[in-house]
Design a protein around this ligand. Structure first.
Ligand SMILES: Cc1cc2nc3c(=O)[nH]c(=O)nc-3n(C[C@H](O)[C@H](O)[C@H](O)COP(=O)(O)O)c2cc1C
Length: 203
């Protein structure tokens, strides 16, 4: 163990190109179960998971988030051709993945506080636990020989993602994971070594 990161941690890479093969829902369910074994504040499970594998639902989600991103980019002053290019690339990435797993947060099970600071801290804990859950999901995918990639999009437009899929009002999408069989032609980006002396201090 000393001197080596466990192989199952190293094995997970962000893979952004997939074979068109469907992933059986039973396999996707195992990934969601793995996600739900993540640590969470005071024994809550403040996550909801939406498996999106039907082409029309993927299209609806990609379009709902893409329309919002288009408006944001235009508001930022990005030129129309570049906007088209970026939105089309994102749309292709989402609809090209065999399955999307959308991680949402809910207040169910979380504590409520009368002041904003603690309320925000509670939500922050839920977000941290969602990150742990997503990592579990991707590690389980790698162990099952499935490729995955976390996509940031919904954190910028949770309401649009929720409405695109007609989700309950209290499910707030925050994390999206593409899942499928890896395109054998795809090579994961080079992974730089970890500069431990810069990133770690002894307290
Ligand atoms: C919160 C979060 C958001 C991410 N969003 C994207 C994204 O929108 N598109 C993408 O291609 N990769 C995205 N990634 C993947 C990172 O680019 C990737 O994890 C990083 O480059 C390290 O590569 P590795 O996962 O292969 O180790 C995201 C990762 C995290 C944790």
């Amino acid at each position: 163990m000393a001197g080596r990161v466990p192989a199952f941690i190293e094995a997970r890479r962000s893979i952004r190109a997939f074979l068109p093969d469907r992933v059986p829902r039973s396999e996707l369910d195992r990934l969601v179960e793995a996600a739900c074994l993540a640590p969470a504040p005071h024994h809550s499970r403040p996550w909801r998971w939406v498996v999106v594998d039907a082409p029309d639902r993927k299209e609806a989600l990609a379009r709902g988030m893409g329309d919002r991103w288009r408006r944001d980019l235009e508001g930022d002053g990005v030129g129309p051709e570049r906007v088209d290019e970026l939105v089309a690339a994102s749309h292709g990435k989402l609809t090209g993945a065999p399955a999307l797993v959308l991680g949402c947060l809910t207040w169910e099970g979380l504590d409520r506080y009368p002041d904003e600071a603690r309320q925000l801290a509670e939500w922050g804990m839920a977000l941290l636990s969602l990150g742990a859950a997503v990592e579990n999901l991707m590690l389980a995918a790698a162990a099952a020989d499935l490729a995955s990639c976390w996509v940031a999009a919904p954190i910028f437009c949770p309401a649009e993602a929720r409405d695109a899929l007609s989700l309950p009002a209290d499910w707030l999408p925050h994390a999206l994971v593409l899942v499928g069989r890896s395109d054998p032609g795809y090579t994961a980006r080079a992974r730089p070594p970890v500069p431990l002396d810069e990133l770690r201090a002894f307290g």
